[in-house]
Design a protein. Structure first.
Lengths: 139, 139
DNA sequence: TTCCTTATTGTAACTTCTTACAATAATAGA
DNA sequence: TCTATTATTGTAAGAAGTTACAATAAGGAA
């Protein structure tokens, strides 16, 4: 049923309770593998748990992202998508065709340190989106 | 009335027509100086042009941002704010208190070049938001 | 000026997202 | 197992943002 995903201990370690709603949502994101919008999560998770409602989905996605189970990435015009937080990475999106590539965080590390010393802020490992034109769309 | 703002020639140069709706919207952003949400733009611009409607505001903000008159910055959870596009810069936002500092683009330039050569994408001068904890919120 | 073209707008309906609060149910402890 | 605590949820209503399309009006040409 829950396809051997064991988020339970990590959830409990964060003080989060294990509910069928959360299971359904994590399950959907786990299986899709990719980036899902809140609406997509809602529609798919509702199949596994028919009573599920929208406020629960939005709240859960935010909570799980805050606790680092999920990664929230904005994809332009205020749209955001979620994915399972595995390795830290960032997105590079073609503003013409939408094609997205994932880039490693490493090259940003130096920059983060510069910002930290120049501003006094302590930066998160939060996701960043860069926009541009993919190779195919440059002609 | 239009407080000596002369967007007209630049607008026309981009093939955009000059309408009272656009004037009102640009006027509001010009005077506020800061970052405004679409709702704030709508409410304030409506005072100058009472017939103004929401779809027009959203469309106009997107169009003006695409043509580089405005800069669209996301501020977390899919919220975006607009400001006049003057110098290219980025934002560093405290995820606890919301305090925002603007940082220069220069230190990102090298990174952009690295990404361009490693991915083949040609990057935009689009806005990036970084999140963290401001000095006051670190204790 | 007048007419023509077409970018821009408003309308109406809809979808997505948010809020406040009362009801529920997951956990810890007896 | 039962009970108490309180995190989590659903409800109901509303706000924010989107869509498709017909009506309007800005700007160029006659
Ligand atoms: Mn990704
Ligand atoms: Mn700014
Ligand atoms: Zn492309
Ligand atoms: Zn702060």
């Amino acid at each position: 049923m829950t396809c051997a995903i064991n988020y339970a201990p990590r959830l409990r370690a964060q003080g989060l309770r294990i509910t069928p709603q959360r299971n359904a949502i994590l399950h959907v994101l786990h299986h899709s593998g990719g980036h899902l919008s809140p609406t997509q999560v809602f529609e798919q998770a509702r199949k596994e748990f028919p009573g599920l409602t929208e406020p629960t989905v939005y709240r859960t996605l935010e909570d799980l992202a805050e606790k680092k189970f999920l990664l929230a990435a904005h994809v332009g015009n205020g749209k955001i998508v979620y994915e399972l937080a595995e390795k830290q990475h960032h997105h590079l999106i073609c503003h013409k065709c939408g094609k997205t590539v994932e880039v490693d965080h490493a090259p940003l590390d130096l920059l983060y340190h510069q910002f930290e010393s120049s501003t006094g802020y302590k930066l998160d490992s939060s996701h960043v989106t860069f926009f541009g034109l993919c190779p195919d769309c440059q002609s």
